[in-house]
Design a protein around this ligand. Structure first.
Ligand code: HEC
Ligand code: HEC
Ligand code: HEC
Ligand code: HEC
Ligand code: HEC
Length: 485
């Protein structure tokens, strides 16, 4: 009997200890709500009577930068219908608080001033609609990358301050890379020299997107870059994305920094789909100049994608007989993983066809079907998200880990092997394509059909239905191998 009581006491004791331990364990991600009043966005605002200025005003004196920036993905970051569709779903599923997280990066001014009240564009000021505009980047005074729950840049971890109060009233202060001249700002704004604008840290807080609660890195472009060869050689985001296409080619191919006078405000990446939609809207609004400007950015994005990768195809023989085809996909010019950012949504895949001497198909993989989907056996270089229940998930408020991550690191490669039966033919012809699109057809349809009611896709973009998403062939290659060695 005594023994039984002892065991019981022991059990109770260990139970108490276990409970005590869970209470005592320090949280992995500690959120300081006082330090981050706009949580789940980590943006911090130094408020004064000096207000934000919309880009059209900056354009009066900085037309060149304005013309480069307008129609860019940064200019479209808030009005982007794909974004608005996802935001609308997020608010429906999680509640209003999550929208602060999204808007902290897609329209920071709209969040810190409290102007944006929910999804949709209706009644918003030009500054809120302008997304990541001039007065966002040039008002960033600091970052809080080390105080964040992850101690890494995430979810808008920067400090924004468009100006200060002085004895004579509010004064605008714009921060840029140079030592200011006497006439800098021409009385409209003061100038402050900022070394942050010559660092990738300026981009980091927005190009590390973390789950709003569990702080899992959903998009990690900045850290992919930082842990790769370009960062080692101080080649920054700016050196590939704030230059024209030829200068980007030189940066990436020769590991050479652009000259001072070569910087531009294009922020051109890979999202040709959004340019395509925005150019359609500009045409509908009879703004031919803007439409042409945006189509130029579309061409740049397609060219950039085509310059990013290379394919190497080689035969694998067993006992003198062709048994497999090896395809090596190389990331030759992206400064981060290829693809990057929304890796669970973006699709980059191999489409391979092997034919015999008569042209009969003996193996094929990765052809899109009539509904716009990829077959099960397609080799994709992206990721699969999963939720807390370890099940497959797509939405960013559900994903708390990746079950698969097959993106290609900068200057790295991935090999794929395809079995072929070449017993009946003397030669095998291989037709290989590396293909890219922004999303699976079904996902694009889901987001675009969920845009808030005040955005009329037909009136604004001329869309009556979601068109088949355009696919870019990043690389195409044809080779022939003998079936016997
Ligand atoms: C830390 C900054 C940040 C936060 C927070 C953030 N985003 Fe984004 N978002 C980005 C960046 C950067 C991209 C561009 C990635 C790319 O081009 O691949 C992006 C792209 C997107 C896209 C793709 C747009 C397109 O046209 O393909 C959608 C949709 C989107 N975000 C929705 C959301 C929603 C909804 C939330 C909130 C739940 C959110 N984002 C929170 C930075 C952020
Ligand atoms: C995403 C952040 C970002 C946005 C948005 C942005 N800039 Fe800049 N801007 C920079 C960076 C970074 C530099 C420094 C580039 C370099 O190394 O020369 C810069 C440089 C400048 C300069 C110095 C001269 C030059 O062109 O290098 C001016 C003037 C300027 N920006 C004005 C503007 C205006 C006007 C807009 C809006 C139309 C704008 N910027 C939008 C980040 C931004
Ligand atoms: C009344 C004219 C005027 C307006 C309006 C104006 N600027 Fe300027 N700004 C100047 C002049 C002049 C300079 C110095 C010459 C130059 O760099 O182009 C300058 C310089 C700058 C610089 C470079 C600072 C440096 O030395 O690194 C930045 C950044 C900048 N402005 C941002 C802005 C932004 C953002 C806006 C809109 C909110 C804006 N400016 C509106 C006249 C103006
Ligand atoms: C050596 C050149 C280079 C550098 C440095 C570089 N990039 Fe890129 N970036 C590219 C190329 C090429 C692409 C197009 C292929 C791709 O999507 O990865 C790209 C694409 C992107 C995209 C679009 C992804 C998509 O799927 O739509 C974003 C966002 C981006 N880069 C942001 C950044 C940021 C932020 C940095 C710095 C942390 C950076 N890049 C550094 C070359 C570079
Ligand atoms: C305030 C947040 C913010 C800052 C700061 C910022 N970005 Fe972005 N950036 C975004 C968002 C949001 C998007 C995507 C918008 C969308 O797709 O709707 C984006 C898109 C881009 C794209 C286009 C990606 C594509 O798919 O084509 C490039 C390139 C890019 N950013 C580069 C930069 C660089 C370089 C810097 C630093 C000089 C920078 N960004 C700073 C928020 C930011």
């Amino acid at each position: 009997m005594k023994k039984r009581v002892d065991i019981l006491i022991l059990l109770l004791l260990s139970l108490a200890l276990a409970i005590g331990n869970t209470f005592a364990a320090p949280p992995v991600f500690d959120v300081d709500r006082e330090f981050y009043p706009l949580y789940p966005s980590l943006i911090k605002y130094q408020k004064s009577a000096a207000e934000f200025t919309p880009p059209e005003v900056c354009a009066d004196c900085h037309y060149k930068q304005y013309n480069e920036w307008t129609g860019s993905i940064h200019a479209l970051a808030f009005t982007d219908p794909v974004y608005q569709g996802e935001l609308n779903l997020a608010v429906q599923k999680v509640g209003h608080e999550i929208s602060r997280q999204c808007e902290g990066c897609h329209s920071p001014a709209g969040v810190v001033t409290g102007e944006i009240k929910g999804p949709g564009n209706k009644g918003l000021s030009p500054m809120a609609l302008a997304g990541v505009s001039c007065d966002i980047c040039h008002s960033i005074v600091d970052t809080t990358h080390w105080q964040t729950p992850n101690h890494e840049p995430e979810n808008g971890s920067f400090v924004i301050r468009p100006g200060v109060d002085t004895e004579t009233g509010p004064e605008l202060r714009k921060r840029g890379p140079f030592t200011p001249s006497e006439e800098c700002g021409m009385g409209f704004h003061e100038c402050e020299e900022s070394s942050l604008h010559l660092q990738a840290d300026l981009c980091a807080g927005c190009h590390q997107v973390y789950h709003y609660e569990s702080h899992f890195p959903l998009e990690a472009t900045y850290l992919e870059w930082k842990h790769g060869p370009y960062a080692q050689k101080t080649l920054l985001c700016q050196d590939c994305h704030m230059v024209d296409f030829d200068t980007f080619l030189r940066t990436a191919s020769e590991f050479r920094k652009p000259e001072r006078h070569e910087y531009r405000h294009y922020f051109n990446g890979a999202n040709y789909l959004l340019y395509y939609l925005a150019a359609g809207a500009a045409k509908k609004a009879d703004d031919e100049d803007l439409a042409a400007n945006i189509m130029n950015k579309y061409d740049m994005a397609v060219a950039r994608l085509k310059a990013a990768a290379e394919l190497e195809i080689s035969p694998v023989y067993r006992k003198g007989q062709l048994a497999e085809i090896k395809v090596r996909v190389k990331n030759i010019r992206a400064g981060h993983n290829l693809p990057t950012s929304l890796t669970n949504i973006r699709q980059m895949w191999l489409e391979i066809t092997a034919t015999d001497e008569q042209g009969n198909v003996i193996m094929s993989s990765g052809a899109i079907n009539a509904e716009g989907h990829l077959p099960e056996n397609a080799r994709l270089f992206n990721s699969d998200g999963m939720g807390n229940d370890f099940h497959f998930a797509v939405d960013p408020w559900v994903i708390t880990a990746f079950s698969r991550h097959d993106t290609i690191p900068p200057k790295g490669f991935k090999d794929v092997y395809y079995g072929v039966n070449a017993m009946e033919t003397p030669v095998v012809k291989i037709d290989a394509k590396l293909r890219f699109r922004q999303a699976d057809q079904k996902i694009a349809e889901k987001l675009l059909t969920n845009v808030p009611k005040d955005i009329d896709l037909e009136a604004v973009y001329g869309l009556t239905e979601v068109p088949a998403l355009p696919v870019v062939n990043m690389v195409s290659k044809e080779v022939r191998f003998n079936a016997r060695m």
